[in-house]
Design a protein around this ligand. Structure first.
Ligand SMILES: Nc1nc2c(ncn2[C@@H]2O[C@H](COP(=O)(O)OP(=O)(O)O)[C@@H](O)[C@H]2O)c(=O)[nH]1
Ligand SMILES: [Mg+2]
Length: 512
C-alpha cells in the first residue's frame, strides 16, 4: 500500500509510515490520540536522524557512507524509548568504529603478561632500545611506534574522568604502585598533567631515547598521567600506516590499564602475543583464545611468540616439546584451525640475545652474559670456550635469536597484505555492529509481541490494552524498517568493495 501522506510504498497494515512518520490509517483505532503521540515521537526521531552530526571521512567514499549510517543508527539508539543499559554497548562500539575509520592505520599489537618480553622484542625489531624496559610492573604506558618523515614524540594524558577510573581500579596488592607514586610526589604533580592537552614534540633522532624516557619511565612522575605515547621514527622501515603498539601487561595491577590492553587486542589488526617459552598457563591460554575469537575471519594475523627462548635449560630440546604442546592447543577450529598454520605462526624468539649482540661493546660483563647464553647451544660448545670468544660469533648468535624470523613474518605475511586486511577489518567491524543492532531490534519486536500475547489472556484486557500494544508494535516495526533500509547495502559485494577500498587507500598513501 501507499502512505496517504508521502505516497511512498509501505508494508500493508502499518499505522505509522516508516518513511515520513505520519499516521497512515486510523481505521479501527479507538485511541487516536495515542496513535498521534507515537506519530509525533517517530517524526521527532526521524528529524534527529536527519540532523545527525556527520564526521567527514575524506579518504574513502564508501567508508564515509558507513560512518554516516552508523552515526544515524547512533541517534536512533539514543532515543529515550530504549533503555540505556541495553544500547550503551552498541553506542560505544559505533563510537570506536567511527574513530577507526577516521584514522585508517594498521595496528600490530604486542600483548602478553607483564615481563613476557614485549618491549625487549619491539626494541629488537626497531634495532634500538626505544621501548621502555626499565619499568616496574606497576607502570607501563601504551606506546605506539610508526614511521614518519620527521622524528617526533606525541604524548596524550588522562582526563580527570579516566584518572578517577584508573585510580579506583588499582588492585589491593598494588603496593608498589602506591609507594612509588607517593615517593615521586604524584599527588602534587597530578594537577599539572591530568587533562593536559596532547603534546607533540619534534625531536632529533639522537634524543628520542631521552624524550621517550621522560614520559614512560618510572623514574619520572609524569609517566603516571600519560595515557599513550606515539613515536614517529624517520628510520623505521615500515609503511607509514603500520603501527607497532607496545601494550601494558594483561595482568597489570591497575585494572584500568589491563582493560586498555584488552580493548587494544580487540582493535588490533594483527597480534603478536608474547608468552614466555617455558610457560603457557591456563590464564594465558584463555587470553589467546580470546584473541582468536576476535579475529575469527583470519587467524593468520595472529602470531604466538615463545619469548625468552634462551632462558630455557636446553632451548632447542625443551622448546620442541613446548611447541608441540602449544600447537596441539592452538590447532583447533576456534584457533588456527590447522596444525600447519599453528606450526608456522608459533615462533620462538630470544630478543634479549639479539639486543645484546647488537649493542656489543666488548665489555667483560657483556661477554659473560653472551657466553652464558651460548652455553645453552651445543653448536657453540667447541667454539665459545672463553667469554671473549663470543666476539667471533656475534652474527651466528644474532641469527640464533630468531628475531629475523619474526621480521620475516611481518614482512612476508603482513606488509604486502595490510591494506586488504585493514579494509576487511573495517567491513567486518561494520557488519558485526550492524548484526548486533539488527538483533537488538528483532528482540525488541519480540518482547513487544509478548506484551501483546499476554494481554490477550482476557477478552476485557484485549479491549483495553490491545490498541496500546499494537501501536507499540507498529512503532518498533517502523524503527526496524528504517533500519533495514539503512542496512540493505550491507551484505552486497563485500569482495569488490575491498578492492575498491584498497585502491583508494593506495591513492591516499601516494598523495600523502
Ligand atoms: N634471557 C632473556 N631475557 C629476556 C628476553 N626478553 C626479555 N627478557 C627480560 O625479561 C624482562 C622483561 O622484559 P620486558 O621486555 O620489559 O617485558 P614486558 O613487560 O613484556 O615489556 C627484562 O628483564 C628483560 O631483560 C629474552 O629474550 N631473553
Ligand atoms: Mg614493556
Amino acid at each position: 500500500m501507499k502512505c496517504a501522506n508521502c505516497q511512498k510504498e509501505i508494508t500493508n497494515g502499518l499505522y505509522l509510515c516508516p518513511r515520513c512518520g505520519k499516521v497512515t490509517s486510523a481505521d479501527n483505532v479507538q485511541n487516536v490520540s495515542l496513535l498521534n503521540d507515537y506519530a509525533n515521537k517517530l517524526q521527532k526521531m526521524m528529524q534527529s536522524v536527519g540532523t545527525a552530526q556527520h564526521t567527514e571521512i575524506a579518504w574513502d567514499l564508501t567508508v564515509n557512507q558507513y560512518v554516516q549510517k552508523m552515526e544515524k543508527l547512533r541517534v536512533v539508539l539514543s532515543q529515550p524509548e530504549f533503555s540505556k543499559s541495553s544500547v550503551d554497548r552498541m553506542i560505544q562500539r559505533i563510537g570506536n568504529f567511527i574513530e577507526r575509520c577516521k584514522d585508517p592505520v594498521f595496528h600490530i599489537a604486542f600483548v602478553g603478561t607483564i615481563k613476557a618480553g614485549k618491549s625487549t622484542l619491539i626494541n629488537a625489531l626497531l634495532g634500538r632500545n626505544l621501548a621502555s624496559t626499565s619499568v616496574t610492573p606497576e607502570t607501563a604506558v601504551l606506546t605506539k611506534f610508526r614511521s614518519s618523515k620527521t622524528d617526533y614524540v606525541k604524548v596524550l594524558f588522562y582526563t580527570s574522568d579516566e584518572w578517577t577510573q584508573l585510580w579506583n581500579s588499582i588492585s589491593n596488592n598494588a603496593d608498589v604502585f602506591k609507594q612509588e607514586y607517593a615517593a615521586l610526589h604524584g599527588e602534587q604533580a597530578k594537577g599539572e598533567w591530568i587533562n593536559h592537552a596532547p603534546l607533540t614534540q619534534t625531536v632529533s633522532n639522537d634524543s628520542l631515547e631521552t624524550e621517550i624516557e621522560r614520559w614512560t619511565s618510572s623514574k619520572h612522575v609524569e609517566h603516571y598521567f600519560v595515557k599513550e605515547v606515539e613515536i614517529g621514527l624517520s628510520d623505521f622501515k615500515m609503511p607509514e600506516q603500520i603501527v607497532f603498539v607496545d601494550t601494558p601487561g594483561l595482568d597489570d595491577a591497575v585494572k584500568y590499564r589491563s582493560d586498555v590492553t584488552r580493548a587494544y587486542i580487540d582493535r588490533a589488526n594483527a597480534v603478536f602475543a608474547c608468552v614466555r617459552s617455558d610457560a603457557l598457563t591456563g590464564g594465558e591460554l584463555n587470553t589467546l583464545y580470546r584473541i582468536f575469537s576476535n579475529s575469527s575471519d583470519n587467524p593468520e594475523k595472529i602470531f604466538i611468540l615463545g619469548t625468552q627462548w634462551d632462558s630455557l635449560n636446553n632451548p632447542e630440546k625443551d622448546w620442541k616439546l613446548q611447541k608441540a604442546e602449544w600447537v596441539k592447543y592452538l590447532s583447533s577450529e576456534s584457533c588456527y584451525g590447522s596444525p600447519e598454520i599453528a606450526q608456522r605462526n608459533v615462533v620462538h624468539v630470544a630478543a634479549y640475545l639479539m639486543n645484546l649482540c647488537r649493542d656489543y661493546t666488548g665489555e667483560k660483563d657483556m661477554q659473560r652474559k653472551l657466553a652464558r647464553i651460548a652455553a645453552g647451544f651445543p653448536e657453540f660448545e667447541d667454539t665459545i670456550v672463553m667469554p671473549k670468544d663470543v666476539e667471533e660469533h656475534l652474527e651466528e648468535l644474532m641469527e640464533k635469536s630468531n628475531v629475523s624470523q619474526v621480521h620475516r613474518r611481518i614482512e612476508q605475511d603482513i606488509v604486502p597484505k595490510y591494506k586488504e586486511f585493514l579494509m576487511n577489518d573495517i567491513i567486518a567491524n561494520y557488519q558485526a555492529i550492524s548484526r548486533e543492532i539488527k538483533q537488538f531490534f528483532e528482540e525488541t519486536k519480540e518482547s513487544q509481541n509478548e506484551v501483546l500475547q499476554t494481554s490477550m489472556k482476557s477478552a476485557d484486557e484485549i479491549r483495553q490494552s490491545y490498541e496500546k500494544s499494537k501501536k507499540e508494535l507498529d512503532d518498533v516495526q517502523a524503527y526496524r524498517e528504517q533500519l533495514e533500509i539503512a542496512m540493505k547495502q550491507l551484505d552486497e559485494n563485500t569482495k569488490e568493495r575491498v578492492n575498491a577500498l584498497c585502491k583508494s587507500l593506495e591513492d591516499m598513501t601516494k598523495s600523502a
